[in-house]
Ligand binder design. Structure first.
Ligand code: GDP
Ligand code: MG
Length: 440
């Protein structure tokens, strides 16, 4: 996808730095893609803000196109927000190291418990004990026992009638006596977050003082997973997240949201039902996946369609020659409108920061731009080519024709004069900076 994305961007004129126009339209589609990928709204917002700040004005390295540059920035920002590289389960503690598994019912706690146990046993040569604290579903303890037998991992013998806390301390004791390196406590879940569940989990945590509290969350539940993560982190406190069902066609958006909301690292991913379907979390891979979803491509098509490179080049030539009349101004205004941003074309040019601020101060919203265009349209062809012709009488006529005041006409003329002056100056600069900027 990244190739296609930058391919489309290649159609855009190559410039020295990414402009606000390059980025703005792109961000709109990235935003939509992220929402489609199930990323929480506020996370999407802070993400696109960060990318925007990072991207605008970023130098396009010589060997890459602006498109490749934007893709890279979006990707890098995703990776950064997802967390640096994979953080393994931390076992640096006195054995037996307790690990507490928490999460909603059906999120994959029991499955993940046995996956982790298997991995620690086979790969890290640890002696692992698993214990089910799920006193609510009669089959739950049996399920863990069977998984243990399948993977040659010991489980705590089942004693009926005990509370979760009692089982937990029995597990810790058994692990100490049995010389285990790690003891994994698999808790009960509920369909939704409730106080009783939270209180039970919190109490188990107090009693066992686990070295890791891993929140198991189903990647397919999207937005709900985020709320769950927040609740567990606030009320129990987690040290890491395991994302399950990453093999499904979930879009990875949950990962980004959970990470952003809790700030806790995603340590592992479940990628299937089998007990070896467990992988380290790789931010870069998940970023690719998020990038691959939704219609990021559509963006860029839109942006490319909106940005008329020929038009820009023609404009640049005129500016260099110091020919910038009111028709050109109107054209710029229309471009701005199309690009959906107040600084549209002005944003393409370095050294125009001051002007950009003035435009912003003038309140260049859509309505305002429309009015300005209307003013120009109410002028005669001669007036547009030679604004000096506009005396008081003509101004009154234009104001009446465009439904504005003479003061509006004056403001527009003043802005035009400033722009024309600035452009003349820039046009005269050595090497024709404007021309370069606009691909001329
Ligand atoms: P618990 O209620 O949180 O203990 O959830 P379970 O561990 O019993 O898992 C519920 C269901 O999800 C089971 O059918 C598991 O096989 C399935 N499951 C768990 N993790 C994954 C995963 O990473 N991928 C897929 N496809 N299924 C999973
Ligand atoms: Mg379970």
């Amino acid at each position: 996808l990244s190739d296609r994305l930058s391919g489309i961007f290649d159609k855009l004129t190559r410039r020295g730095a990414l402009s606000e126009a390059d980025v703005s339209e792109a961000m709109r589609e990235v935003r939509r893609a992220l929402l489609e990928a199930d990323v929480a709204l506020d996370v999407v917002k802070s993400f696109t803000d960060k990318v925007r700040n990072r991207a605008i004005g970023a130098e396009v390295v010589k060997s890459v196109t602006p498109g490749q540059m934007v893709v890279k920035i979006v990707h890098d920002q995703l990776v950064e927000m997802l967390g640096s590289d994979a953080k393994p389960i931390d076992l640096h503690a006195v054995a037996p190291v307790p690990i507490l598994m928490v999460g909603l019912q059906g999120s994959g706690k029991t499955t993940t418990t046995s996956k982790i146990a298997r991995r620690l046993t086979e790969r890290d040569r640890k002696k692992v004990l698993m214990a089910s604290l799920d006193t609510r579903r009669p089959a739950a303890m049996e399920q863990l026992k069977i998984l243990g037998e399948q993977n040659s991992v010991d489980t705590l013998p089942i004693v009926p009638g005990q509370t979760a806390v009692q089982i937990a301390s029995r597990a810790i004791n058994a692990a100490k006596l049995g010389g285990y390196d790690v003891v994994i406590l698999d808790t009960a879940g509920r369909v939704t977050v409730d106080q009783e569940l939270m209180a039970e989990v919190a109490e188990v945590k107090r009693q066992t003082n686990p070295h890791e509290v891993l929140l198991v969350a189903d990647a397919l539940t999207g937005q709900d997973a985020v709320n769950t993560a927040r609740a567990f982190d606030e009320q129990v406190g987690v040290t890491g997240i395991v994302l399950t069902r990453v093999d499904g066609d979930g879009r990875g958006g949950a990962a980004l949201s959970m990470r952003a909301v809790t700030g806790k690292p995603i340590k592992l991913m479940g990628v299937g039902e089998k007990s070896d379907a467990l992988e380290d979390f790789h931010p870069s891979r998940v970023a690719d996946r998020i990038l691959g979803m939704g219609d990021i491509v559509a963006l860029v098509e839109k942006a490319a369609a909106n940005f008329d490179a020929d038009q820009a080049a023609k404009m640049a030539k005129k500016m260099q020659k110091g020919e910038f009349d009111l028709d050109d101004l109107a054209e710029q205004l229309r471009q701005m409108q199309k690009l959906g941003g107040m600084s549209g074309i002005m944003g393409l040019m370095p050294g125009m920061g001051k002007m950009k601020n003035q435009i912003a101060a003038a309140g260049f919203d859509d309505k305002h731009i429309k009015r300005q265009i209307a003013i120009v349209q109410s002028m005669t062809k001669k007036e547009r080519a030679k604004p000096a012709l506009l005396d008081a009488k003509r101004k009154r006529r234009v104001a009446a024709g465009s439904g504005t005041d003479v003061s509006d006409i004056n403001k527009l003329l003043k802005m035009h004069r400033q722009m024309a002056d600035m452009m003349k100056k820039m046009g005269r600069q050595k090497g024709g900076m404007l021309g370069k900027m606009l691909g001329g």
